[in-house]
Ligand binder design. Structure first.
Ligand code: SAH
Length: 206
């Protein structure tokens, strides 16, 4: 690989985050170390370099931009919040990469054709802390778009996701990590809380 993991992490540290995060949309940026690890892992599996990659709920674009930096052939970032996308576009320009950002709501079946088939989906979707099962439309869309999915989920959700995937896809690998979340909403009680997460590598059953 042309870029080292710590080099990718250092570039991703520069990505501007949410300026006024929405709790309803679960706008939490993936920290650079976790984003870099997910992407690097996918790249080592051959799922980034030269591939067409989609980032569902791309937010300010950290996963999209990282995929482009690792040599993805084309990257599509999908995000429902237009205001956030302008930050994502600025981030991509600053990083010197090209990403096709699409303002669309995951869960709307009409967005699938304009995204088009991809090799890989990377995503840090809403965990469903605000709306139960908010991650489900993301899983459904991801499996329609690509045969390989790298997603970040709440730790402990593996059995539920496995059941939800039944017959469509299988969890190929689970990588545990920590997601430090800084206090940003009124209902947050700690200055920083480390949320245990699982990066799941999901393979579509063809
Ligand atoms: N992927 C980014 C953002 C994670 S936060 C990162 O890793 O930093 C989850 C993102 O999903 C937010 O930007 C939120 O606005 C977006 N989102 C939530 N529901 C969505 C939906 N139904 N369709 C598209 N985007 C959505």
């Amino acid at each position: 690989m042309t870029m080292r993991l710590n080099e990718l992490e250092r570039l991703l540290e520069k990505i501007a985050g949410f300026t006024s995060p929405s709790a309803r949309l679960e706008q939490y940026q993936t920290p650079a170390p976790l984003a870099a690890r997910l992407l690097y892992h996918a790249a080592m599996k051959g799922d980034i370099g030269g591939r067409r990659v989609c980032d569902l709920g791309c937010g300010t674009g950290i996963l999209s931009i990282g995929a482009a930096l690792l040599g993805a052939r084309e990257v599509v970032g999908v995000e429902a919040d237009e205001a956030v996308l302008s930050t994502a576009r600025e981030n991509a320009v600053k990083a010197g990469v090209e990403v096709m950002f699409l303002c669309a709501r995951v869960g709307d079946p009409e967005i699938i054709p304009p995204i088009g088939p991809c090799d890989t989906v990377v995503m840090n979707p809403p965990f469903g802390a605000q709306n139960v099962h908010a991650d489900r439309p993301f899983i459904d869309a991801a499996l329609e778009i690509a045969p390989r999915v790298y997603g970040i989920f709440n730790a402990g959700s593996t059995p539920f996701i496995q059941t939800y995937l039944a017959g469509r896809a299988e969890i190929h690998e689970v990588i545990r990590g920590l997601l430090p979340i800084k206090r940003m909403f009124s209902f947050h009680r700690d200055n920083v809380r480390e949320i245990p997460v699982e990066v799941m590598v999901i393979w579509r059953i063809e």
